[in-house]
Design a protein around this ligand. Structure first.
Ligand SMILES: NC(=O)C1=CN([C@@H]2O[C@H](COP(=O)(O)OP(=O)(O)OC[C@H]3O[C@@H](n4cnc5c(N)ncnc54)[C@H](O)[C@@H]3O)[C@@H](O)[C@H]2O)C=CC1
Ligand SMILES: O=C([O-])CC(=O)C(=O)O
Length: 329
């Protein structure tokens, strides 16, 4: 039986993450090896020509699962019938720009895109916001889409999750596949909290195995939280292939489920769990099944973790208040 193609919309398609992302979507890594896709690429007018070049390359790969590519600068067209939307295009922070300016510039992108999703997307739309500040951009888009269930708007902290797994594997000499139940809490920013207190390394509790709170506080957490800046410093450009890989992982896990005995991290609208104010888009430990996610409940949060979760959540509530004042939500 031939399956109906899934419509996947990617914004900022001509950017560096877009270039690393589109080929993997088209080859089946986003949704699965038997799921055909239609790609819809949204760009600003100046980005259309480069997006067309990428589309030519996609054609040249002759991907069996790729059923069509449409390129547009019209958000209503780009999200028409979209089942999955990857919101990558954003306004980067430039020199001298205050946080308020950045939030306001991104409001000009994510508010209309949220409305276009509201008015045009398929009923089962799932949205992942990658463009920074990802959590608050997701909140802006969600607020502009009142007819879409709020939980369909998510923000990417999977890159942080993957970075933390890699650092913990290196520290313990374990294989990355031996690391389970790691959690990123809070914002995709330097305040995020990568939590290993419930993580397992080959079945053993990670925090007990490491048994080194100084390493945790002074090396592990800052290395993970500031990894984006370290990549920019080393590469002269921000993370692109690893960000695209994390976007693939995020959606793949959301659609296809977490493995038994493991969970992942996603930025999702808080339901008030773990004292995180309802409504803000914060990263939590989640399990996924049948295209839905659930926050892992009942974890014991020690003082070390509590202070760090609270600090990141405070930043998120401040961002929410700032975009509220700007009339963006
Ligand atoms: N959540 C996360 O873990 C990560 C987030 N990021 C963020 O992802 C975003 C994209 O990164 P790159 O691809 O490296 O940037 P880039 O600058 O290479 O590409 C961005 C693209 O978005 C397009 N764009 C701008 N406004 C648009 C709009 N209104 N509609 C459609 N397209 C639009 C631009 O023309 C450009 O082609 C940035 O905000 C970056 O900070 C990057 C790495 C990790
Ligand atoms: O800071 C950036 O633009 C890139 C980013 O989010 C990351 O690498 O985590």
């Amino acid at each position: 039986m031939t399956r109906t193609p899934v419509n996947v919309t990617v914004t900022g398609a001509a950017g560096q993450i877009g270039y690393a992302l589109l080929f993997r979507i088209a080859s089946g890594h986003l949704l699965g090896p038997d799921v055909p896709v239609n790609l819809r690429l949204l760009e600003i007018p100046q980005g259309l020509k480069a997006a067309e070049g990428t589309a030519m390359e996609l054609d040249d790969c002759a991907f069996p699962l790729l059923r069509g590519i449409e390129i547009t600068d019209d958000a209503n067209k780009a999200f028409d019938g979209a089942n999955v939307a990857l919101l990558v295009g954003a306004r980067p922070r430039t020199k001298g720009m205050e946080r308020g300016d950045l939030l306001s510039a991104n409001g000009g992108i994510f508010k209309p895109q949220g409305k276009a999703i509201n008015d045009n997307a398929a009923d089962d739309i799932k949205v992942l916001v990658v463009g920074n500040p990802a959590n608050t951009n997701a909140l802006i888009a969600q607020a502009a889409a009142p007819d879409v269930p709020a939980e369909r708007f998510t923000a990417m902290t999977r890159l942080d999750h993957n970075r933390a797994i890699s650092q913990l594997a290196a520290k313990t000499g374990a294989a990355v596949s031996d690391i389970k139940k790691l959690t990123i809490w809070g914002n995709h920013s330097a305040t995020q909290y990568p939590d290993i207190f419930h993580a397992e390394v080959a079945g053993k509790n990670a925090a007990e195995l490491v048994n080194d709170e100084a390493w945790l506080a002074d090396t592990f957490i800052p290395t993970v939280a500031k990894r984006g800046a370290a990549i920019i410093e080393a590469r002269g450009a921000s993370s692109a292939a690893s960000a695209a890989n994390a976007a693939i992982d995020h959606v793949h896990t959301w659609v296809n489920g977490t493995a038994a005995g493991d969970w992942t991290s996603m930025g999702i609208p808080s339901d008030g769990s773990y004292g995180v104010p309802e409504g803000i888009i914060s990263s939590f430990p989640v399990t996924t099944k049948d295209g839905k996610y659930e926050i892992v409940q009942g974890l014991d949060i020690n003082e070390f973790s509590r202070a760090r979760i609270d600090a990141s959540v405070k930043e998120l509530t401040e961002e929410r208040d700032a975009v509220r004042e700007l009339g963006l939500i």
